[in-house]
Design a protein. Structure first.
Length: 134
């Protein structure tokens, strides 16, 4: 049976040994996540004991902020520029499945910060460009 002292010792030593026999021959199963907590069933191959590690979200760390590093200002396009942007969008849409990597994908995803537009989203964007946002 786990005592409070045994629990605290197990947590203090970063879950490295079996709380029942002290063996390092422990195996953890898959981690189950539920809201802001997670749990993992663990077993000891030495004494055959089983227990559940319970984790609680205590903090977050930023990996990448998906926003551009600058504020985007609206721009006005000339008729030729507008037509070229529409043609480029339609070309991108037509080749959507064959473009998986490279410079164009880097541009379209802001370096992987977000997913590229779907074909339906490209249709919506072309419609906005043609009709204006209403």
């Amino acid at each position: 049976m786990l005592t409070e002292e045994t629990r605290q010792n197990y947590i203090k030593h970063a879950f490295a040994t079996c709380p029942f026999c002290g063996s390092q021959d422990i195996v953890g199963g898959s981690v189950e996540i539920d809201g802001n907590s997670a749990s993992q069933d663990v077993s000891c191959s030495n004494c055959i004991s089983e227990w559940r590690d319970v984790f609680t979200l205590t903090d977050i760390e930023e990996i990448r902020d998906g926003r551009p590093p600058f504020d985007l200002e609206p721009i006005k396009l000339g008729l030729r520029e507008h037509a070229t942007v529409l043609a480029a969008l339609r070309l991108w849409q037509a080749n959507h499945d064959s473009v998986d990597e490279g410079d164009l994908m880097e541009i379209a995803t802001n370096g992987g910060a977000f997913n590229r537009l779907t074909e339906a989203e490209i249709d919506d964007l072309c419609q906005k460009l043609n009709l204006g946002s209403k």
